[in-house]
Design a protein around this ligand. Sequence first.
Ligand code: SF4
Ligand code: SF4
Length: 401
Amino acid sequence: MESKSIVYWAPPHEVPSLRNTVSDLLLNNLVKTRMMCEKVLDHINPGDKVGVKLHIGESHNTRYLRHDYVREVINAIKSKGGIPTLIETQGLGMSHRHRDISDNYRIFIQCRRNKDDHLKIVHLHGFGEDIVGAPFRFIDGENGIDGKMVDIDGIKLKKVPVASGLFDYDKLVIISRFKGHPQAGMGGAMKNLGIGCVNKHGKALAHYSESYKVNTRRCDPSKCNQECIKACPVNAIKIEGERAHIDPSFCIGCGGCIEVCPIKKAVKSPFFDENDVFSEKFIDNTLGVLAAYGRERIRYINIAIEVTLICDCAVSVNMPVCPDLGIFGSDDPLAIDKACLDAEIDAPGLTFLDPKGNWTDPIARGIEKFHALNPVVDPTMQIDAAIKNKIGNINYELTKI
Ligand code: SF4
Ligand code: SF4
């Protein structure tokens, strides 16, 4: 008989109601999250150090994973005698950017690129220890570059720099907000592993087709303080002749050199990979994380509430593409993401006001909404890559709780 992975599913509280009684508490999404933990977190033993991997959301995004769900997971781990820590990695790049909206209004964006800015968002979004009940830690170190290189036989990659702090934990819980993604088509458990659990180098390997390069026609070390050399965390840059040179075998793609160079276009950014290549590469990363850490020590919870077209890493606020789908849990990262995607396909689309103020026609049931709204990406790219890399079981049994 064909084997299937179990995916637990707690339907959301979608019915508009004026009732607010104690018996209705069982319809509450937070109570359901705790009930999901009782089903899924069977891998935790008393005394286990448990890493809870999440994405804290970008500044000015209001549809990131709410801390309330995370607090329920933390409480469930503690009730089993586990010792939880929230864990996260840093984004590509080194410094935040800003945009002046008006004379008196400046917003800061891309704040997850370094430890200090990232920590401000951790607190702003309610993930402080005083609120969720567990400390927060970067597992890729102060500068986002700490990694353990793992050999794999992936589709595109043969080495994966897994965030080294991951190995300090006996067990992992990967909690993800299920949503669309502008390059990967969708983001869930597999992306939280393949991008979220690698260091900056691993993120660069997945996103870019090559390393950063010096533009020899514009670089002039006599007109600067050689800021690029001071900024590079891995000493990949040297002055050779009258120009700087980046050694691609050392460069980890952090982007620090381009941010500090005072001469416009003296450092060239690499091109982004094509979307299908990006999916194959980050699923290679996923394989590396699973192989190095051990599949049996990980459980997954996907919160498919406010299912937006783009990711928690965006600064724009997105409309959900469909009604809330509920809370999903499994020990299989492919099965849980496929179950969420199937639920999204099966749901009716939501209508929204276009920029002219007209209501759009909702996308019909049976149509995949992320791809319909953004035809250049297709979430099945990462599903296909995950099948090739044997990330999990594409066949699943949905068990309602
Ligand atoms: S890359 Fe920029 S900072 Fe580095 S030596 Fe050239 S001009 Fe100076
Ligand atoms: S060369 Fe530039 S992008 Fe590469 S590691 Fe050094 S600072 Fe980072």
